[in-house]
Write a protein that binds this ligand. Structure first.
Ligand code: C2E
Ligand code: CA
Ligand code: CA
Ligand code: CA
Length: 275
């Protein structure tokens, strides 16, 4: 057993070492990006299904990495969360997105993703307060998206923080609804204003009766609770019509638009005759 262990070690050590080196390099580069304004935000429109017009945009972070090219959030947010760097990154996202959103028409909302790690930090309230004040954005235009997994380590602190944020007039959405394991229970415990139905239920909802039934159930839940529901990841006209028939309030997804730059948002809003 001893020699087996040693041979395993010999085999894995160099690989592990290089993985750790890559991590360290990436972490250093993340720190550098924080200091040098190295991130960008894209914005994806959300359309109200009754009014048939754009009602808000979700800010999505992008990292134009100097050598590896554009990096998607999935490639660096987990590391940023492990290292705590998500706290300064998240603060930058809030400030930058609020600053951008004041340039839009006043009836257009802004959604910002908040990491579970940020939610465990009492200072988040001050960060939000400052971002609103500094930009002049009306609190009612801001919505924070929180995944239910953020609430697993549910504490009085988290609950208190969410109430404090809501007292400012800021709204809270439950992101990726249905993918965690206590979704419905969290709806009862936490003060949500919106449910975002995960893409996995929306994809093929016009073709598979199971998905159709689940989207219908979540939309009715929203109606019953008096909260809006957004169908995420709508890619086809068929999916849009099926989530509309299910009773969803709004849609987001490639069928409407991919995430776009801040400049493209300004052009889109200038074109849109209704806003
Ligand atoms: P999310 O909050 O669920 O955001 C939606 C993701 O789905 C985005 O990916 C978006 O580009 C993608 N998407 C939108 N419509 C469609 C569609 O029709 N089809 C498909 N296949 N995908 C669609 P993205 O931008 O890569 O972001 C991935 C995740 O990274 C986000 O998931 C969110 O959890 C996280 N994230 C993004 N920006 C931030 C941020 O500023 N802070 C934090 N903490 N997390 C962020
Ligand atoms: Ca900018
Ligand atoms: Ca989101
Ligand atoms: Ca989502």
């Amino acid at each position: 057993a001893k020699s087996y262990g040693r041979s395993v070690l010999r085999y894995f050590e160099p690989k592990m070492e290089s993985a750790m080196r890559t991590r360290r390099v990436l972490e250093t580069e993340l720190r550098l990006a924080i200091e040098s304004d190295g991130f960008e935000l894209n914005y994806q429109p959300v359309m109200d299904l009754e009014a048939n017009r754009i009602v808000s945009f979700e800010a999505l972070i992008r990292w134009p990495h100097p050598t590896m090219g554009p990096m998607r959030p999935d490639q660096f947010i987990p590391l940023a969360e492990e290292t705590g760097l998500i706290v300064p990154i998240g603060e930058w996202v809030l400030r930058e997105a609020c600053k951008e959103a004041v340039r839009w028409s006043e009836d257009i909302g802004l959604a910002v993703n908040i990491s579970p790690v940020q939610l465990r930090d009492r200072r988040l309230f001050q960060v939000i307060h400052n971002a609103l004040k500094e930009s002049g954005l009306a609190p009612e235009r801001l919505e924070l998206e929180i995944t239910e997994n953020a609430l697993i380590a549910e504490t009085d602190l988290t609950l208190g923080l969410l109430h404090q944020i809501r007292d400012l007039g800021v709204r809270i959405a439950m992101d990726d609804f249905g993918t965690g394991y206590s979704s419905i229970n969290y709806l009862r415990k936490f003060p949500f204003d919106k449910i975002k139905i995960d893409r996995s239920f929306v994809t093929g909802s016009d073709q598979h009766s199971e998905s159709t039934a689940l989207v219908k159930m979540i939309a009715s839940l929203g109606i019953g609770l008096g909260v809006r529901t957004t169908a995420e990841g709508v890619e086809t006209c068929g999916e849009m019509e099926s989530v509309r028939a299910a009773g969803c309030s709004e849609i987001q997804g490639y069928f409407l638009s991919k995430p776009i730059t801040a400049d493209a948002v300004m052009k889109l809003l200038a074109q849109d005759p209704q806003s």
